[in-house]
Ligand binder design. Structure first.
Ligand SMILES: [Zn+2]
Ligand SMILES: [Zn+2]
Length: 366
């Protein structure tokens, strides 16, 4: 009898159940990863509620060991059976304009577009052979166009599960935001992306890192300070604009990273606190109006960003491997394959856990 694979499969809105799949055959140019741990992303909360209509295995922050690999794939990726890897969420075409300039995360093939079947981990339906397109599963399938990075063995699994967050921090605060020596960086929102932006800003040498959030974020503020934030501001108690002015002697923020995932006013706030020359990176501001008046004479660049580049993944993995940051403080909760519903609900705060769960992961082999 062929070997079976267990995988947490979304079969409806807020409905995930463990189903069995066939272990795929591997040819010369593909591979199979035995999953070690898979992080839950902020975007998983939204897609958990909005079922796309076809069953799919969730999980796109995937860490594991190469279990089987074809000869061509092994040469292409420079890995062998037993190597520990992370797999980017993207499955790009390799040929379009965006792929050709290295910005493959924008490739149509790996994007959610109407009328197309998306090829992207955690999103591709199980009807696309061989079904194993999500990391909340014992095994993950790697086609020839998968993007693989090695992870050193000494990194604890729960820290390795942060590789997407750390890549996003590097992309948004450093590569797009321009965090650098002498700069003041304000990070709106102390979730996993905000805390990873603290790490990236610190690593980039930023002189002053300020993190804002709500009263319920007190635990997260503590983690932020341990990671290198200089100030934390509870916007329910203090006025962020006044506080940033005070801290910077009136200069303001050279870089603002908005990962607030909501709020009514965080974009207006970002425009207020931006220095006369500043960059605002909108990486998850929720759904709010962008005001265009009343901010004085400024030269502000606003960037709308999406995901991470190959460079950002590599930078994030280097920081992780360095052991310089207490990343364990971000990775707070782990669940097994039978508790994916609970994991996503607790991460979203539905289980009365708001502020407590910063980053949760699924450990599929337990
Ligand atoms: Zn994600
Ligand atoms: Zn492409």
């Amino acid at each position: 009898m062929a070997e079976k694979v267990l995988a947490a499969t979304q079969i409806g809105s807020k409905k995930i159940e463990v189903r069995q799949y066939l272990m795929p055959e591997i040819s010369a140019d593909d591979a199979l990863v035995k999953m070690e741990i898979a992080g839950i992303c902020g975007s998983d909360i939204g897609s958990y509620a909005q079922y796309p209509g076809e069953p799919r295995i969730t999980g796109h922050e995937n860490v594991g060991f190469i279990a089987k690999i074809g000869g061509d794939a092994a040469r292409r990726w420079g890995v062998k059976e037993g190597d520990r890897v992370v797999v980017e969420q993207y499955l790009p075409c390799g040929n379009c304009r965006w792929c050709r300039i290295g910005e493959y995360r924008l490739c149509d093939q790996t994007d959610k577009l109407p009328g197309r079947t998306i090829l992207r981990y955690g999103n591709t339906p199980v009807s696309v052979s061989p079904s194993l397109w999500g990391g909340f599963s014992q095994y993950l399938y790697l086609p020839a166009n998968a993007i693989v990075h090695k992870v050193p063995a000494h990194v604890p699994a729960k820290e390795a599960a942060l590789f997407v967050s750390l890549a996003n921090g590097m992309q948004w605060a450093y590569l797009q935001g321009g965090a650098a020596p002498g700069k003041t960086v304000v990070i709106q929102g102390p979730g996993q992306m905000g805390l990873s932006s603290v790490v990236a800003s610190k690593e980039a040498g930023a002189a002053c890192i300020i993190v804002s959030g709500l009263a319920k974020d007190e635990n997260r503020f503590q983690v932020a300070r341990k990671l290198g934030a200089h100030y934390t501001v509870n916007v329910e108690q203090e006025n962020l604009t006044e506080r940033v002015k005070e801290i910077t002697g009136g200069h303001g923020a050279d870089v603002v990273v908005n990962v607030s995932r909501g709020g009514q006013d965080t974009v207006r706030e970002a425009l207020e606190i931006a220095a006369k020359i500043g960059t605002i990176v909108l990486a998850g501001p929720g759904n709010q109006q962008i005001p265009s008046k009343g901010f004085g004479r400024k030269l502000v660049t606003m960037k709308w960003v999406q995901g991470s580049s190959f460079t950002a993944f590599e930078l994030g993995l280097q920081v992780m491997a360095s052991g310089r940051y207490p990343l364990g403080g971000i990775s707070t909760h782990q669940f097994d394959l039978n508790h994916v519903n609970e994991a996503i609900r607790s991460f979203s705060g539905e289980e009365g856990t708001a502020g407590e769960v910063i980053h949760a992961s699924i450990v599929p082999q337990t």
